[in-house]
Design a protein around this ligand. Structure first.
Ligand SMILES: [Zn+2]
Length: 143
């Protein structure tokens, strides 16, 4: 197996439905999908609103604040570019939608359900990824 620095970080492959989300991330903006039919906000993007099936969708920028809804600590390295330990967390945004991300900026053992977090974008191989950090340790989001 080659050393870690020769194995690329596994990056997202945006689809037609998720491209607006990833494009916004590259500009360090967090967006969710919004339904014009029922005002439902959701992630990930899709072809229809998961609540009312409307196809009248747009994207809306959100605050980047939320809380840890659930999480796990990975203590085994499954990908050489992502060494353990690390946290995989389901983040519930203040606006409602949830997304899977990670919590950085603190030891994995400090993460807890209900912990207040905020967005912090970080680049992997030049691609900006949305990650979350405890609110009391994060720089102010630029929104
Ligand atoms: Zn809807």
């Amino acid at each position: 197996m080659p050393p870690n620095d020769q194995i690329a970080y596994p990056l997202p492959h945006p689809t037609d439905f998720t491209k607006p989300f990833w494009d916004a991330c590259q500009d360090q903006h967090l967006v969710v999908f919004a339904c014009a039919g029922c005002e439902h906000l959701f992630l990930p993007g899709g072809s229809v609103c998961p609540k009312c099936w409307s196809t009248d969708l747009s994207v809306r920028e959100v605050s980047g604040f939320g809380e840890v809804f659930s999480f796990v600590i990975y203590r085994r390295t499954y990908h050489p570019a992502i060494p353990a330990p690390y946290v995989v967390a389901l983040i519930e945004l203040k606006e409602g939608p949830r997304l899977i991300s990670t919590v950085i900026g603190c030891a994995p053992e400090k993460v807890s359900i209900g912990m207040a977090v905020q967005i912090q974008f970080e680049a992997e191989d030049g691609f900006m990824l949305p990650r979350f950090t405890p609110q009391d340790s994060a720089p102010t989001h630029k929104v």
